[in-house]
Design a protein around this ligand. Structure first.
Ligand code: ASP
Length: 427
């Protein structure tokens, strides 16, 4: 009874962490049978995904309609895009540089290479095939304009939803006040109800996270981790460096926020990102943490975060930098400065218009490899540890989005106003 009471009184992020830690032994004990607990995790992911579309649409509409100043929208858009592009380019550069310094690819001998190829060739070909069918940059850009917004909502096409919600919000500001008010109040209530739904669903998070981690651990072969240990460590070190140096400095310098406060506030979302490997699925939690724990206004967070979940993937970009250099090293290909610059440009472009879902980074990697002439089949070399690294890079992806929300809000004077009235941590 005492333990039960104490558990009920524990903060949610501590409970999620406990679920995450408990998932490891559970996965080890169950081994490949850990799949039996996976449905619990799948239900949890589906529950939060269920909230994404109505939450993003309603809060972005309300945010825009109550903005009152279209120029502010333009400013927020410009700042957000600039921050996303600059941090992504820094992330890839860090990836390329540390892979160049630590040379993880030079430790892979011929026999390891053969084993990796044999085990993952089929999966690699599947990914290459998907990449070859991806739309080009012009198609991606024209595809942002929906032909049918109901279809965009049904397919959860985030960029189209953002586009329509923004235009709908702008249009609402042109409707006379008393006629527009019921429309805005309706969607305001929808968005509030969705936030309440996030709170309800998050009660299941510790259990869901435990099941997801157990399933990953149960399926994971530790031999593969050993043979790709130095590669994995270089990726993880790069990710930590990017978070610890770039985001910490950015929130401190541009928003005057202590990095500790920032990381503490975003922690629940990081735990969910790590367990689900999907920045899209984590989106409702990222939005809630940014608003309630970090003090970002609804206006800013409802625009910056859904956009970030789709186009801003610093973790993925950094990993692509390391992976490209690693594969080139294994093949003995010397990448010159020109190729390095191409990697930075290509990986930035490749991440635009790609939804933040598990494993998408490996598909866009194929596009990067192609442009610098590294054999695409090399993907087979790194697939064995991809799930684990996907978990880590997704944490960085959502942390980057949240840092943008904090910085843009601070620059618009939208952070301090909410911050001063901030209550206890929401989730
Ligand atoms: N899983 C990542 C995300 O959702 C994308 C990737 O790197 O595969 O943000």
């Amino acid at each position: 009874m005492n333990i039960f009471k104490r558990w009920m009184g524990t903060k949610l992020h501590t409970k999620i962490l406990a679920g995450l830690v408990a998932g490891v032994p559970l996965g080890l004990i169950l081994g490949p049978d850990a799949g039996v607990v996976e449905p619990v995790g799948t239900i949890f992911i589906r529950l939060i995904r269920m909230i994404v579309v109505p939450l993003v649409f309603s809060s972005l509409f309300v945010g825009t309609a109550s903005l009152g100043d279209i120029r502010k929208l333009g400013r927020i858009g410009l700042k957000t895009l600039s921050y996303y592009i600059v941090t992504t380019a820094i992330a890839i550069s860090i990836g390329v540089l540390i892979a160049g310094v630590f040379k993880p690819g030079s430790g892979i001998d011929a026999s390891t290479r053969e084993t990796l190829f044999k085990s993952y060739q089929a999966e690699a070909l599947e990914n290459i095939d998907i990449a070859s069918h991806k739309p080009g940059i012009v198609e991606t850009l024209t595809g942002i304009v929906p032909e049918n917004p109901v279809e965009s909502l049904a397919e959860a096409n985030m960029l189209q939803i953002i586009f329509f919600a923004l235009l709908f919000g702008i249009a609402a500001t042109l409707v006379p006040g008393d006629r527009a008010r019921p429309l805005i109040s309706f969607f305001d209530a929808v968005s509030e109800a969705m936030i309440q739904m996030v709170h309800i669903v998050m009660k299941m998070a510790p259990l869901g996270v435990m099941a997801l981690i157990a399933a990953v651990v149960g399926r994971f072969g530790s031999e593969i981790l050993l043979s790709l240990l130095s590669y994995s460590l270089v990726v993880i070190a790069g990710l930590l460096l990017h978070m610890g140096v770039i985001y910490s400095t950015a929130v401190r310098v541009f928003a005057g926020m202590s990095p500790l406060e920032f990381f503490r506030g975003i922690r629940p979302a990081q735990l969910i990102a790590f367990s689900t490997s999907s920045s899209n699925a984590t989106l409702p939690v990222t939005i809630e943490c940014s608003q309630k724990n970090l003090g970002v206004s609804e206006e800013v967070s409802s625009f910056v975060l859904p956009l970030g979940a789709t186009i801003n993937m610093d973790g993925t970009a950094l990993y692509q930098g390391v992976a490209t250099v690693f594969i080139a090293q294994v093949y003995g290909i010397d990448l010159g400065l020109g190729a390095m610059v191409t990697i930075v440009l290509m990986a930035t472009l490749a991440s635009i218009g790609t939804a933040g879902v598990p494993g998408v980074g490996i598909i866009t990697l194929a596009m990067v490899l192609e442009t610098v002439g590294v054999p695409l089949e090399g993907i087979a070399l790194i697939l064995g540890v991809d799930r684990l690294l996907d978990m880590c890079r997704t944490v960085v992806n959502i942390t980057g989005d949240a840092s943008a929300a904090v910085i843009v809000a601070a620059s618009e004077g939208d952070l301090a106003a909410v911050r001063s009235g901030r209550g206890s941590e929401a989730i």
